[in-house]
Design a protein around this ligand. Structure first.
Ligand code: FMN
Length: 226
């Protein structure tokens, strides 16, 4: 049995470099009208599991929601958090003022795009909730670092694998403060299972994506010493 997602579903025209430099948070370009086949989602999960795993323990599981009624309820929770907590957040896109002009312009675009996602999250074709078991222990930061470091590459691999199959995704943390409500909707045992994020998934409209603005790499490198 193959342990990678069906290569026949992968776009041949996206190079590895294009993939890692143009896999964006897709919100405005989520096609809400086109269903996402479960086989495609399964292929993305298979590819995701090829990511590095601390101590070779496979601890990331994916709740893949395709039921419109559940998606509608998850989207409502998302929008409540966006309109309440996020609009008021000092570090969020509504209150923060970026010093650099280009960064500020990009943040305005992201804010508009994020508002769109909040408006449509309740009718995306699929929502994926990556989870970690067992839950992180309270107060053990070192263990949390190790355990989350196993989950994050797996989740990012999922998003890259989705992009290769013409699917747009967006990492969202908006609902993490509402884990118990989300758990109730999708049958997660909140005592045992930690939600890591919530990812809308849809075919993307348009053909290609561009690299985003980022500051120069030299601003982020400390050669030999900090
Ligand atoms: C930890 C994390 C949490 C995020 N949470 C949200 C979110 O709740 N809603 C949202 O619209 N985007 C969210 N994003 C997406 C970021 O806004 C996005 O990655 C960033 O603006 C850069 O855009 P780009 O990925 O297209 O370059 C999150 C990203 C990360 C890494």
């Amino acid at each position: 049995m193959s342990t990678v997602g069906d290569p026949a579903t992968v776009r041949p025209d996206v190079s590895a470099h294009e993939l890692i430099t143009t896999t964006r948070a897709v919100r405005l370009r989520l096609d809400l009208d086109r269903p996402v086949a479960p086989e495609l989602l399964e292929a993305c999960v298979a590819d995701a599991l090829q990511a590095p795993q601390g101590s070779n323990l496979m601890r990331t599981e994916f709740v893949v929601v395709r039921d419109p009624e559940r998606i509608s309820r998850l989207g409502t929770i998302y929008r409540e958090e966006f309109d309440g907590f996020y609009r008021a957040s000092e570090v969020g896109l509504f209150k923060r003022v970026d010093a650099d002009d280009e960064h500020a312009a990009q943040s305005r675009r992201t804010r508009d795009s994020a508002e769109h996602l909040a408006a449509v999250m309740d009718r995306v074709p699929a929502i994926v909730i990556p989870c970690l078991t067992p839950r992180l222990a309270d107060g053990d930061l070192l263990a949390a670092k190790h355990r989350l470091a196993t989950v994050y590459p797996t989740v990012w691999n999922f998003m890259l694998a989705a992009r290769l199959r013409g699917l747009g995704t967006c990492w969202t943390g908006m609902t993490l403060a509402r884990e118990a409500d989300v758990a109730e909707i999708v049958g997660i045992d909140p005592e045992a299972v930690e939600q890591v994020c919530m990812i809308p998934v849809a075919h993307h409209t348009g053909e290609r994506f561009r690299p985003a603005w980022r500051p120069p790499a030299t601003d982020f490198i400390h050669w030999d010493t900090w």
